[in-house]
Ligand binder design. Structure first.
Ligand code: PRX
Length: 638
């Protein structure tokens, strides 16, 4: 495809796809170049203008306070509440009776929530939390399946000013306990179980174990989802439906007036050490950033049916299932289960039945569904789709083309959104009017300046790999690592301290057209099926097993999952390698971290390649695993 509706347009280099005339016509932002340019001429005015679209109890006196870098403060002095913008303000308008949420459970059960109904349910639960002594600033851990109550729990916390810490339901009791401890949560919200591929994931059992390790927890609220027999500890565990039936659960609850910079949530993510970092986001800047990016990139209109297929337990779900879609007043779909259950057409059936117009997913899901062939999607009417999206890792051009042709029928542009837990929202992404190149996240969002630089900060010429950095603050940026501001500074803001740039941890290159091609992580973080894991987490998990003396983990490319983990293990004296031990180590990781961290291969070795200073040379292990040349070995210990 090499035509563009505008004759004066000069075609980009390489394979590219122009926006269709229809899309250009209907898109909210039609002239990316101009909007981008203008946004950077006065970036504070730009972010003030976007913030004015939301409701504030009191206005800001300053857009951004740069006096204590990198601890930027946005919308200084303003009072707001993100739950107010997501719910309260809509029930005062015609949107009151608009559908907010359409839920389908894996077994096929369905529920719908209008904005009014969702508002009332959230208010009721907010009152329940208050009655249990949860106050502004208290942390609440949420560990649930993908059901409406998860969204309601998060919004109820926000409403009363409590800080939610959602832990993805795929984490084990050990990982959950660590996160409860770090956040010091006295209340945990969970469900009895979650449906996955026809089986029950017994979440409450995992919570019981975690709480045994974290005595700080006083109350556990349990949503009944799967209905199987569970342990309920008297005086600690309460059924959600019992609490919601109490007179205290009134459907009226004022949203607490929060300072724009008051914390909204903590979300744990992996870094270069074994200890997960609690990324902290706040009410004010985050609501502006997520809602602006969503409405411009996915071009959401009131008649759209939007479906972000992520899990609310990750940042994609926080920003683009729970908060932004509700702030912009969208109707969204939430589906509980696996994409291929009971058959590989489940997603396409959902698209057809609910007339989904915008579908946002991850390359690993696209590749997984692509494997089943075109016949499954071709059985369904997918003509409602008008925009597609991808996130989590680089999308390989082959998967891009399949998504574009077989799912989008060459009609729907793909928004390949690059961002991170730390950035709060999309950073590098097309808008519907931007010509696309398969595999490139294209250009930075308005108000955002990024660059590709070498270790000293010199700009890399087009075609050369370098470190991806963000220049200057943005409203959706993380404010700190919970309880560890020094790590926040050292991790993200120290390499380019002089320049004041944010280090993303990704490597990337730019092409002649200024398009950004993100290559992958530059540090010891591995993306497995789009999930973020630290090599150090897997290694410390392995070393915590009694038979293991030392371990090294690396990511190795995989056709469907993007990367898988290979682990190299040195056993303690007296231990013998065996298949049983290999299985036991996999089970141990499943227990310590969760199924997503289980290595697909464990190799028993007697030495590991190390530098003279004792650092494991993962680069050498990776080369060996892939059968590639091992490169410069001059720093190898022996
Ligand atoms: O390596 C990049 C990759 O995911 C990392 C961030 O992971 P996480 O904090 O879990 O957030 C994922 C969802 C926002 C990034 O450092 N990544 C994310 N999106 C893309 C991507 N890599 C390439 N292209 C993308 N679109």
């Amino acid at each position: 495809m090499t035509t563009h509706p505008d004759d004066s347009f000069s075609p980009p280099v390489g394979e590219w796809y122009p926006p269709s005339p229809d899309m250009l016509n209907s898109a909210l932002i039609k002239n990316y170049e101009q909007v981008y340019h203008e946004s950077l001429t006065d970036v504070e005015a730009f972010w003030a203008k976007q913030a004015e679209k939301l409701d504030w109890f009191e206005p800001w006196t300053q857009v951004v306070d740069r006096s204590n870098v990198p601890f930027y403060r946005w919308y200084v002095g303003a009072k707001t509440n993100i739950a107010y913008n997501a719910l309260d303000r809509h029930v005062k308008t015609w949107r009151k009776n608009k559908l907010a949420l359409i839920f389908e459970g894996e077994p096929g059960d369905k529920q719908t929530y209008s904005y009014h109904k969702l508002y009332r349910e959230v208010n009721k639960f907010a009152n329940v939390l208050k009655s249990m002594g949860v106050k502004k600033g208290d942390r609440v851990t949420v560990y649930m399946g993908r059901i409406p109550e998860l969204i309601m729990a998060m919004l109820a916390c926000a409403k009363i000013g409590a800080v939610h810490s959602v832990v993805y339901g795929g984490f084990s009791e050990h990982a959950l306990a660590d996160r409860i401890e770090d956040a010091q949560s006295r209340v945990v919200i969970t469900c009895d179980g979650a449906w996955l591929r026809g089986n029950i994931v017994k979440l409450k059992d995992i919570v019981d174990e975690a709480v045994r390790r974290s005595p700080i927890v006083e109350s556990v609220i349990v949503v009944k989802r799967t209905g199987h027999e569970i342990n309920m500890e008297q005086g600690r565990d309460y059924w959600y439906h019992d609490l919601m039936a109490l007179p205290i659960a009134s459907p009226i609850c004022e949203s607490v007036q929060m300072d724009a910079e008051d914390p909204l949530f903590i979300l744990y993510t992996s870094g270069t050490t074994g200890k997960p970092k609690g990324i902290l986001h706040t009410h004010g800047g985050y609501q502006v950033y997520t809602s602006t990016t969503l409405s411009w990139v996915f071009d959401l209109k009131d008649e759209d049916r939007y479906w972000c297929a992520a899990d609310p337990g990750w940042i994609t779900g926080h920003s683009y299932i729970v908060y932004a879609p509700l702030i912009v007043g969208a109707t969204e779909i939430v589906y509980e289960g696996a994409p291929n259950y009971p058959y590989p057409n489940r997603w396409w059936k959902l698209v057809e039945e609910y007339s989904v117009s915008v579908l946002y997913t991850a390359p690993t899901a696209i590749r997984g569904l692509m494997r089943f062939g075109d016949a499954w999607p071709n059985r369904h009417d997918l003509s409602s789709l008008r925009l597609l999206g991808s996130v989590g890792e680089p999308i390989n051009p082959e998967a891009w083309r399949w998504f574009y042709k077989v799912i989008g029928k060459e009609r729907c542009p793909i928004m390949d959104t690059w961002w991170q837990t730390e950035t709060g929202g999309f950073m590098i992404t097309p808008l519907p009017s931007v010509p696309l190149k398969p595999g490139s996240a294209t250009r930075p969002f308005p108000g955002i300046e990024v660059d590709v630089v070498d270790d000293k900060g010199e700009v890399c010429p087009p075609g050369t790999d370098g470190n991806l950095v963000v220049k200057g603050p943005w409203p959706g940026m993380a404010r700190t690592i919970y309880g560890d501001p020094d790590r926040f500074v050292s991790q993200y803001w120290s390499q380019y301290k002089e320049q004041g740039w944010y280090l993303t941890g990704d490597s990337a290159r730019r092409d002649e057209d200024g398009y950004v091609w993100v290559i992958g992580r530059n540090d010891d973080v591995i993306k497995v099926s789009g999930y973020r894991l630290g090599t150090a987490e897997v290694e410390s998990g392995l070393v915590s097993h009694a038979s293991v003396a030392e371990a090294a983990a690396i990511g190795v490319p995989d056709e469907v999952r993007g990367n898988v983990i290979y682990a190299y293990v040195i056993l303690r004296a007296g231990q013998q390698p065996s298949e049983d031990l290999r299985d036991a180590l996999k089970e141990h990781i499943r227990h310590e971290i969760g199924p997503i961290a289980v290595p697909s291969k464990i190799e028993f070795v007697t030495t590991l390649p190390k530098t003279r200073s004792g650092k494991i040379m993962r680069r050498v292990l990776r080369a060996r695993a892939l059968g590639q040349p091992e490169g410069d070995l001059s720093t190898l210990e022996e």
